[in-house]
Design a protein around this ligand. Structure first.
Ligand SMILES: [Zn+2]
Ligand SMILES: [Zn+2]
Length: 571
């Protein structure tokens, strides 16, 4: 029995429980999802304009009712009925009627368990006794627009989780608790890294000073690393004429992710969803020969893409973000060498940031595609060749490529084993042709180059969100916005504290002196909440020994000479 079938059956039972407890409820949909299920409702009081919504304390009551229903060992009875009949059955259910009106076939299937009937394709369990009653739990209530569209009414969604055994449920709850502690939205506020402001708009983070330091540290790292790898840095505008996006094909094929045009002097401009066309223009700023290739153009380019408000999530799903973007323009025979370099540098980078586990995906030709079958085959083969040569294990996602070419994606796994999409390396047959890009080959003939789009970390915003969750806010020393607090025991130790801080700052450590009129223990506690990597306490004893007392990660590491501490920091 598939776990999804158990989960979806639980969704029906939950809806049945709600129907029993709140007669007259309108039902939306109730699918199985990762780890569980949900169902969307409009309560009768809400439908009649009286307000009245589910409260957290209703969940255990609904859960209890569900258990009673499961114990009745109800059947999930499938029936095929005509659409006309179905309309009669669901005459008081406006959402079901809407769904029915969109079904083309003259017959539909319904599932009946006890007094609850649902419009549903199935599959379901045979009997409710197949559902373990100690392995599910209702977890939360959320608002959800009918069919995810902001123009539709807001329904109330109840989420549940469901497993095969109690043990699995408990393990999941424990992991959730751990994940909650690591929620980067909470950490971002606590550590004063970023801000989301309703008046600014959803999905548009504001970086606070400490968060901006993190951005800058990552940017500096990228700048150094990529410059050494022979990339040229470019900077391009945030808007461009609509015509550019027509030439690039984005207007035709990517419009749902773009914002509406802006008018400037009677001409239409678009916020950029990607940096690529600008890099093409830079490539075309002069005649290129094979000697210029591969040409690597990099930019930390901020792009804007439309996301539904319901899917926005902290820093990991935003409407404006900065990609660590680059385009490699090369001769066709340089393709596998360039992809090899990209994969190696992507994996090296992820390791530098502390990610050891990852999964690699190769995505092949989708149904709608640009370029020729032959070019797709050739490019896909060279991606496979590189993956095999580097002895990298990978999974194939058939048809998962972008319309313009095949790609390799790397999903990193964080410390809780959750996967996050990061590195992407994409071959493009489309832009070189659309923009008529050329280079002069060895024989003096004009040729069309190959283009690779690639982002190694993905976006700075998202990557910082992942880092925060991965490290639960306790960042490695080099990434911590404030690395050290020097805490004087009393007022007479402040001078020495400042001397120590100065000495540390001279070797570029990010250090603050905590002179506030508070107890040492309170400052230590605060430093630990702020996840400052090192807290240095200085009092009489430390002054006398020209040393500091070091605390790190809630542990006292004892008294240390300053030189010894500096050595520790440089490791
Ligand atoms: Zn169903
Ligand atoms: Zn691109």
């Amino acid at each position: 029995m598939k776990i999804d079938t158990i989960r979806h059956s639980l969704a029906h039972i939950m809806a049945y429980a709600v129907q029993e407890m709140y007669p007259g409820t309108h039902f939306g949909i109730g699918p199985a999802i990762e780890n569980g299920f949900y169902y969307d409702f409009t309560l009768p009081s809400e439908a009649s304009g009286e307000g009245g919504t589910f409260a957290p304390e209703d969940l255990p009551k609904i859960e209890k009712k569900m258990k009673e229903l499961i114990k009745q060992n109800l059947e999930f009875k499938k029936k095929t009925v005509s659409k006309k009949e179905a309309k009669k059955i669901f005459k008081d259910q406006p959402y079901k009627l809407e769904l029915l009106s969109e079904i083309e076939s003259p017959k539909v299937s319904i599932y009946e368990s006890g007094k609850f009937v649902d419009l549903c394709k199935g599959p379901h369990l045979k009997l409710t006794k197949e559902i373990p009653t100690d392995a599910f739990k209702l977890t939360k209530i959320a608002g959800a627009y009918w069919r995810g569209n902001e123009k539709n009414p807001m329904l109330q969604r109840i989420y549940g989780i469901g497993f095969r055994t109690k043990k699995e449920l408990e393990a999941h709850l424990l992991k959730e608790q751990e994940a909650e502690k690591r929620d980067h939205r909470v950490l971002g506020q606590k550590l004063e890294l970023f801000l989301m402001d309703e008046e600014v708009g959803s999905g548009l983070p504001l970086w606070l000073p400490k968060g901006a330091v993190m951005c800058r540290l990552i940017e500096n790292y990228l700048y150094k690393e990529l410059t050494a790898q022979g990339y040229y840095w470019v900077v391009t505008p945030h808007i461009a004429k609509l015509d550019l996006w027509k030439t690039s094909g984005h207007w035709d094929l990517y419009r749902e992710n773009m914002y509406s045009p802006i008018k400037i002097d009677e001409e239409e401009y678009m916020l950029k969803p990607m940096n690529c066309p600008f890099h093409v223009k830079i490539y075309q700023s002069k005649i290129r020969s094979y000697k210029d290739l591969p040409l690597k153009l990099a930019e930390l380019g901020t792009v804007y893409r439309y996301e539904k408000s319901g899917v926005l999530h902290g820093l990991t799903r935003v409407r404006g973000f900065t990609q660590d973007d680059a385009h490699i323009i090369c001769e066709p025979n340089q393709l596998s060498e360039e992809v090899t370099k990209l994969l190696k540098s992507g994996l090296k980078m992820l390791k530098t940031f502390g990610f050891k586990d990852y999964e690699i995906y190769l995505s092949t030709r989708p149904e709608k595609y640009a370029g020729t079958l032959k070019s797709w085959e050739k490019a896909t083969n060279s991606l496979k060749y590189v993956l095999n040569k580097l002895k990298l294990k990978y999974q194939t996602d058939p048809g998962g490529g972008v319309f313009y070419g095949p790609k390799i994606d790397i999903k990193i796994k964080d410390s809780l084993g959750r996967p996050w999409q990061c590195t992407t390396i994409q071959i493009d047959f489309n832009l070189p042709e659309r923009f008529k890009m050329t280079y002069i080959d060895k024989k003096g003939k004009k040729q069309e180059p190959m283009m690779i789009h690639r982002a190694l970390l993905g976006s700075i915003e998202r990557f910082i969100g992942v880092l925060l969750e991965h490290y639960a806010g306790s960042l490695p020393l080099w990434l911590a916005p404030v690395q050290i607090w020097v805490i004087p025991v009393g007022a007479r130790h402040e001078k020495y504290a400042s001397q120590v801080a100065k000495e540390l700052a001279e070797v570029n450590l990010r250090v603050e002196v905590k002179n506030e009129n508070e107890t040492v223990s309170k400052k230590i506690r605060e430093g630990e909440i702020q996840k400052i990597p090192y807290l240095l306490v200085v009092g009489d004893k430390e002054i006398k020994a020209k040393s500091v007392r070091v605390r790190s990660k809630n542990k006292d590491l004892g008294i240390m000479k300053i030189n010894k501490f500096l050595k520790k920091c440089s490791r």
